[in-house]
Write a protein that binds this ligand. Structure first.
Ligand code: TXA
Ligand code: MG
Length: 334
């Protein structure tokens, strides 16, 4: 498939909205960089984002909406969130907020976590598209994993041209660097990623200190991910990988046809038809469902180490090692 690249006129944006509602991928301009969008409520569409980017792990994604009213059903809007939203939205600011339990957004968007990163972009095409879709849109930068973020439609075409259904051309991005990400889930506001809104701008609105974090640097390079310790969802019971069958006390999480496998205290399947996109879409929801103290562990069938399977296995290995008594992590001194 070679994707269509269309100037972002009214007809193209209307078409793009229909594609997104149908679960397709659309690259669109924002004021920071081009985003690779999918309907945040459709797990398989979100999984397709990771597949297109070739990301070896499930980094959580930013959810884009057209206005603050659209956030009410998704996140708890804290006082700080209201102040920052009033000052900088639409604009290059992303807020990490507590996710509402009822939020109709795939758990894959936030890699299983209880938070959601949200933003209202300041680009007429992005806003027009979001209004026409009428649903929250998950969108990372529209580049292959490990490549530079695209600031022109042609960059997207070069990097992901055969993997998206449509690229909306809205010219060059005015800001050119990604949004500033601020976490508002802890006691103090923390900048997780510097970007279009400065530290000084944030402090002038909140009238209190805003912290920086770089947990990766603080802890040294030995950790697989900076988010591993604090931000990623971790099951409470052990996880046993590459299992061929469950023990009687274990919950079974299968993949593909597993009729021959019997036993276990509970049984679910990531994708009975052995489809990795479907497995990615159901992974976090099924892990949560089986993460109950009445099971001794979650036994998980082998997942092929290809395509999205690489990211699924990355996540599962982290879940398994976090619950292994042999693994502990201490902070370096000083
Ligand atoms: O300017 C931007 O923010 C662009 C445009 C397209 O909006 N998007 C963007 O997305 O840069 P991406 O996926 O390349 O970067 C999103 C960052 C990731 O580093 C991810 O770790 C962080 O946002 N993130 C997303 N959800 C999070 C959450 N719930 N908690 C902490 N960090 C989160
Ligand atoms: Mg990016």
């Amino acid at each position: 498939m070679l994707s269509r690249l269309l100037p972002a006129d009214e007809a193209a944006v209307t078409h793009a909205a229909a594609l997104l509602r149908a679960g397709k991928l659309v690259a669109f301009p924002t004021e920071t960089v081009y985003g690779l969008g999918a309907d945040a409520c459709q797990g398989e569409a979100v999984a397709a984002i990771y597949a297109a980017k070739g990301r070896p792990s499930f980094n959580p994604l930013i959810v884009h909406v057209a206005d603050e009213a659209a956030l009410d059903s998704l996140v708890d809007r804290t006082e700080d969130a209201r102040l920052l939203g009033a000052a900088f939205w639409p604009g290059p600011l992303t807020l990490v907020l507590p996710r509402r339990p009822s939020a109709d957004v795939s758990l894959l968007v936030s890699a299983g976590m209880d938070t959601l990163a949200v933003r209202i972009p300041a680009h007429p095409v992005a806003l027009d598209l979001l209004r026409r879709v009428g649903r929250p849109i998950a969108a990372p930068s529209a580049n292959e994993s490990g490549r530079l973020s695209p600031t022109q439609a042609a960059h997207v075409a070069e990097s992901l041209g055969d993997k998206v259904d449509l690229i909306l051309d809205g010219g060059s991005c005015a800001v050119g660097v990604e949004s500033t990400i601020v976490s508002l889930v802890g006691a103090d506001p923390v900048i997780l990623r510097p970007g279009g809104i400065t530290h000084a701008q944030l402090e002038s609105v909140l009238k209190r200190p805003v912290l920086y974090t770089n947990l990766a640097q603080e802890l040294g390079a030995s950790l697989p991910s900076p988010g591993l310790l604090t931000s990623h969802y971790a099951p409470h019971i052990p996880v046993r990988l590459n299992a061929s069958a469950p023990l009687p006390t274990e919950a079974w999480l299968g993949f593909g046809a597993d009729q021959g496998i019997v036993g276990g205290a509970a049984r679910r399947n990531l994708s009975p038809r052995g489809d990795l996109t479907e497995a990615a879409a159901t992974l976090f929801a099924l892990m949560r469902l089986l993460d109950r103290q009445d099971f001794s562990a979650i036994a998980i069938a082998p997942i092929p180490e290809t395509g999205l399977g690489v990211a699924i296995n990355d996540r599962l290995r982290r879940a398994a090692s976090l619950n292994s008594p042999a693994v502990f992590i201490s902070r370096p001194k000083g």
